[in-house]
Write a protein that binds this ligand. Structure first.
Ligand code: NI
Length: 176
């Protein structure tokens, strides 16, 4: 396993639309291992492959960790995940993103969703998601479509955040 670098806003690669995975080969399995290692290292609860610069439709998630820390890990992998149903009922969560560090904003999304995906053995699976799981999987599927959680907030707030990160990236380049 190896740590991978997480792309940070305004990296244009975060806007790529990820490709479906055709075969779950060794590369995909290594990618998944690396994504978990990277996600756990930075105490994240979800990561999309595109965030480590690999535009494939692969998501790692562990929403158990937030409450239970080390004790009760529940690592889950979603390959080619899609929302096949979403509730009319909406819920609001304060979201963050490993690609937009230290920014948290309320985002409204369907409270419940049904998703279809492949597991690591390539078997089709379905899951009903609600609560944090529902929010998180929708956030990650957005990543696969080049969408960031700041796209769901007001343009005013979004522009301010993008500006801040663009400046920081410029400063970092100048210092390098
Ligand atoms: Ni994110």
């Amino acid at each position: 396993m190896a740590l991978r670098d997480i792309l940070i806003l305004p990296d244009k690669r975060l806007r790529l639309v990820s490709h479906p995975v055709d075969t779950i080969d060794r590369d995909v399995k290594t990618l998944v291992d690396d994504m978990f290692e990277t996600m756990y290292r930075v105490r994240g609860i979800g990561l999309a492959a595109v965030q480590v610069g690999v535009p494939k439709r692969v998501v790692t998630l562990d929403v158990a960790r937030r409450e239970n820390e080390e004790e009760q890990q529940n690592p889950r992998v979603f390959i080619n995940p899609q929302v096949v149903w979403s509730s009319d009922e909406l819920s609001v969560y304060e979201e963050g993103c490993l690609s937009i560090p230290e920014i948290n904003e309320d985002v409204e999304r369907p409270a419940q969703v049904k998703i279809r995906y492949l597991d690591l053995d390539g078997k089709p699976q379905e899951a009903d998601a609600e609560g944090l799981f529902a929010t998180c999987i929708q956030h990650e599927i957005d990543h696969l479509n080049g969408i960031l959680f700041i796209d769901h907030i007001s343009k005013l707030k979004r522009d301010r955040i993008v500006k801040k990160f663009t400046k920081a990236a410029k400063r970092a380049r100048e210092d390098a």
